[in-house]
Design a protein around this ligand. Structure first.
Ligand SMILES: NC(=O)c1ccc[n+]([C@@H]2O[C@H](COP(=O)([O-])OP(=O)(O)OC[C@H]3O[C@@H](n4cnc5c(N)ncnc54)[C@H](OP(=O)(O)O)[C@@H]3O)[C@@H](O)[C@H]2O)c1
Length: 291
């Protein structure tokens, strides 16, 4: 009997890695990559055992086909204003379709009380899953190393610097490939049912230290420029981030600045059976993004 696994947000930072890693497994697994746009999903279609299906989280009618005959779901929703409603719609659809297990991409600190806004939004979705009768695994990663590609690469390439409001605060940045590895394990091994995993890399680094490493790896100096919260918020809103979401990010940066996110966990090694990527490895593997 084969198992069909639906990955939502499959063209995103974590989703595409989950699809890729699932496609490399032996065993009778069918991977369904849920994509917002078929064109963006073309690369995934070439992977063995992978089919792509179009989904719009804001259009419940588009979801029915995607969930048909699905056994397990890797649930990713974007960081967006209506993310809670999107996730609840997906969970409802999963229940209707008879899905057995949901692995949800959440965020570190989702269980903290009172916690931060970002964590509380994810926790609301986690609770909805818990109360919907699924077996589940929650992945709670810290900030992704890939954020440097997604949000900072432009200014690094053009100006040799990137901006932030995290001061000297150190963070246990995690590589999305390692989050995916933990996720694949959670999707394929029942030992992880009912667990919530805090996921970090193996070392905590400040943005100043990351800039130094970028310079060493690329051979061109890179500087980190620390800016006041208001300037950081303006930078985000100028790039189209809604104000309340920018505020939520500033709240996270304050935690970083205060040194409250400098702990690391051994989840990647314990669950995926290998050491997490270091920041230096990540930068070497994606060097072309920064020069
Ligand atoms: N970045 C971090 O450091 C960090 C840390 C911890 C937790 N998280 C959490 O990780 C999650 C985001 O994961 P990610 O960074 O891998 O995602 P991402 O790269 O932002 O990608 C989001 C995915 O969702 C798709 N999508 C967006 N709107 C959609 C819609 N209406 N219908 C269907 N698909 C839609 C996107 O497709 P299109 O691009 O085609 O729209 C894309 O495939 C968020 O919940 C965030 O809170 C992030």
């Amino acid at each position: 009997m084969h198992t069909t696994i639906l990955v939502t947000g499959a063209t995103g930072t974590v989703g595409r890695e989950v699809v890729k890693q699932l496609s490399m497994l032996d065993g009778d697994i069918r991977v369904r990559a849920g994509v917002h746009s078929i064109i963006k999903g073309e690369n995934l279609k070439r992977l063995p055992g992978v089919e792509i299906v179009e989904m719009d989280f804001e259009d419940p009618d588009s979801l029915h086909a995607a969930f048909t005959h699905v056994d397990k779901v890797f649930l990713i929703t974007p960081f967006a204003a209506d993310q809670i409603q999107m996730a609840k719609t997906l969970v409802d659809e999963a229940r209707e379709a008879g899905v057995k297990h949901i692995v949800k991409l959440s965020v570190i600190g989702a269980d903290a009380e009172p916690g931060l806004a970002l964590g509380r939004w994810h926790r609301e979705i986690e609770k909805y899953i818990e109360n919907s009768g699924f077996s589940y695994t929650f992945l709670r990663p810290t900030s992704f190393m890939q954020n440097y590609i997604n949000y900072n690469a432009d200014s690094i390439k053009k100006e040799g610097r990137f901006y932030g409001a995290t001061g000297e605060g150190k963070v246990g940045w995690v590589d999305a490939r390692d989050i995916a590895a933990v996720g694949v394990e959670a999707l394929t091994n029942d030992d992880h049912i009912g667990k919530a995993y805090d996921i970090t890399g193996g070392e905590a680094l400040s943005n100043y230290e990351v800039a130094q490493l970028m310079g060493e790896v690329t051979g061109k100096p890179v500087n980190y420029v620390d800016v006041p919260d208001e300037a950081a918020k303006k930078g985000m809103t100028d790039h189209g981030v809604p104000g309340f979401m920018a505020d939520a990010m500033i709240e996270v940066y304050r935690e970083y600045r205060a040194g409250k996110s400098n702990e690391t966990t051994d989840t990647v090694e314990r669950v995926a059976g290998r050491k997490p990527h270091t920041m230096r490895q990540f930068l070497q593997d994606h060097k072309e993004c920064f020069v």
